[in-house]
Design a protein around this ligand. Structure first.
Ligand code: UDP
Ligand code: MG
Length: 146
């Protein structure tokens, strides 16, 4: 199976009407979108997804950020898509991210860093199972070189 990554456009992207802009940037990189939906995160799912930061002092702010509205979940497929999407997202702190990355171009605040991208192919598969049912993922051939 092709490598996949799980992306979340965080709630401020919807609030700021940047959904189309961010998706256009992902498409411009030529990654193949195989699933896409808008939904609310439950506290239980968020705690699971962010288990590695649940004990951090800033976690309550993350909870209020990630539950201030719906997120857009996207599964993208492609060669080295996990590293490629992390490159496109930029550093966790937008203020330190390279210009031209999504986080630098659309944020200046680590508390609102607009997008999640899986950090390894293995974690991507775990995250895909966390947020998507199998019948929500499309299978199709692209008529262009991926
Ligand atoms: N985060 C934060 N302050 C920090 C570290 C992380 O607000 O000092 C938030 C930020 O929204 C980040 C999320 O916690 O995206 C998850 O952290 P992680 O280290 O997994 O960063 P990422 O993989 O998103 O770059
Ligand atoms: Mg992470």
């Amino acid at each position: 199976m092709a490598e996949r990554s799980l992306l979340l456009l965080k709630p401020d992207v919807i609030h700021r009407s940047l959904v189309g802009t961010i998706i256009a940037r992902i498409e411009a990189r030529n990654f193949k979108i195989v699933a896409l939906k808008m939904f609310d995160l439950t506290r239980e799912t968020l705690d699971e997804h962010y288990a590695h930061i649940v004990a951090k002092h800033f976690y309550p702010e993350i909870v209020s950020y990630m539950t201030m509205g719906p997120v857009v979940g996207i599964i993208v497929e492609g060669k080295d898509v996990v590293a490629g999407m992390r490159q496109l997202c930029g550093a966790t702190n937008p203020a330190a991210a390279e210009m031209g990355t999504l986080r630098a171009d659309y944020s200046n605040n680590i508390g609102f860093n607009i997008i999640h991208g899986s950090d390894t192919p293995e974690n991507a598969e775990i995250e895909i199972l966390r947020f998507f049912d199998a019948d929500e993922v499309c299978s199709y051939e692209r008529k262009i070189i991926a």
